[in-house]
Design a protein around this ligand. Sequence first.
Ligand code: AMP
Length: 656
Amino acid sequence: MTDRDDDDWIENEEVVVQTPASNVPTHNTRVYRPTASRGNRGRNTDYNWRSRGTNEGQSGRFDDRRSGSRQEGSKKVITIPTDKVGRVIGKGGSKIRDLQDESKAKIKIGDSSGNETDVTLFGTDEAIGKAETMVNNLMEDYKPAPRKEYEEVETSNSQDFFKKNDGGVQVIDWDKLNAFYDEQQNNRWDKLPPIIKDFYNEDPLVKNMSKAEVAHWRQVNNDIQVKRTFDEKPGLKPIPNPVQTFEQAFQHYPEILDEIYKQGFKQPSPIQCQAWPILLRGDDMIGIAQTGTGKTLAFLLPALIHIEGQTIPRDQREGPTVLIMAPTRELALQIDKEVAKYQYKGIKSVCLYGGGDRKEQIKVVAKGVDIVIATPGRLNDLVMARHLNIINFSYIVLDEADRMLDMGFEPQIRKSLFDVRPDRQTVMTSATWPTGVRRLAESYMKDPIQVNVGSLDLAAVHTVTQQIMFVEEDDKEAALFDFLYNMEPTDKVIIFCGKKAVATHITTELCLKGIQCQSLHGDRDQSDREAALEDMLDGTVNILIATDVASRGIDIKDLTHVVNFDFPRHIEEYVHRVGRTGRAGKTGIALSFVSRNDWAHAAELIKILEEANQEVPQELEEMAQRFQAMKIRREQEPGRGGGRGGGRGGRGRGRW
Ligand code: AMP
């Protein structure tokens, strides 16, 4: 797990909307949101919530006693159902801010009398009118307007979902509510048009490959492994053979081929060869692959064909068709950039990420898009605030799923996918295959086919010379400056630090010494991070100091060196850091400072070095042996079951 400490590009934490004077649970429970928001109101559109106060003239002054202030304009009090106040407030107050911005009225949630709550609107008559309409609209069901047949939701009285408990107190009848919601949900999904998934016309050359030819192809292409992730079941189609050319995959989609040709690629990457037939055929797929393997294009091109191939014309669809979730805004932006390179039938995309202009993002979504690329926090935020209709997502990608879980995004992922139709096609990529990712696959995928492009011996690492330098903690800085002073003018380096504070310190030291550099870590705001990357990409600077947020997904093609100033806490992170260099057919050098504090990683590091045919220093071997011996000693000590120092990460001081 990645510590949030130095990796806090995590967006808005979940904010629970308070519903004043209501004991109804808030939207983050499984049942409340959908049931209260859909089942209860059904198709009742004659809400126009009663206005209580008066509209006090065109430009009269009013006395806002609660705030004690006097303001220009009018005020109007309307009442809304207490259990729907959350809709007006939105996550962390986001909706009410939007309402105020858009209507120019000030909105105050006031007193509640049981089932009803006052909402006071302040401002000009026009602003109040607008705000009132907007609030009233929010009280209605979220309905895809033109296709009512999908949304014929039965109405039900909210009282149906309360019962008296043994003590005679009225409580929510969760079983009933759950059953009602499930039924509603199924009804909604049943009424959606079927998803067209199969767009594959297998080329005869591909079809006629013998088993031996397929096995040989896989072996010489990074030893790619392909299998059903879970049990083989009767009736499942055999795993398709890999294509070997772009034409074999897309000969029936000449515009797609043209877009590929524009990129000047010579041939499909191994994951593309194997993923395209699977995805074009409509199967779910898990790609165990890291950035740099061509995984984005592997899932993107079939997505474009999927979007265009559905029965309902794009401009008549309620909401976008494809969702790509990515762990960090950098990766989301990178995917967005990749998507923008491929023009197909006017397909539009939007990138939704925390730290970006929320209002602007909402505007783009409202205008209509086909692909949503989003980080989980912002996605969840916009779904909850009802800016994004997810009913029509029929092709979903969870990119770098392991990273999303490491960053604690599982609740947001689960919440965001809750309403998405279950018959969708789902793609997941992950650099590793831990239990959490497996669980996610079990929950959200149907008979997925798994394509492993190397495991920890990732292709990129094989093109990197991995050097180890043994240093005392206190000598690291001097060693780093030594390295930097010896850099060639054409060298480009990322220096990885374990903590934001260390990254900041090194950056400051370099600046003081007049060495130009950039930094990338969680304390920097979005525009600074983007500028830092841009500076590295265009060569304005050739030194980037970063925490692990930059270790994945960042694609700086001409990076020559990676320096691990602090050894990463998890060996997976080492692989990802090292993989930042040696990309796109180039070679690279990774230099890792290893201090006695890092002895717990020695054994794992040796494995990676051996796998990649690298020299294993004698000191590293000895370090691993000492750590192992210490662990055994600790375990044998009476009363200590592998105590401090011996646990994961074993930060106790080692002896050389
Ligand atoms: P990804 O693994 O998706 O992060 O891709 C890394 C880089 O490889 C991106 O810049 C892609 O444009 C590029 N790429 C994708 N497919 C190919 C290909 N078949 N040949 C060469 N480069 C590719």
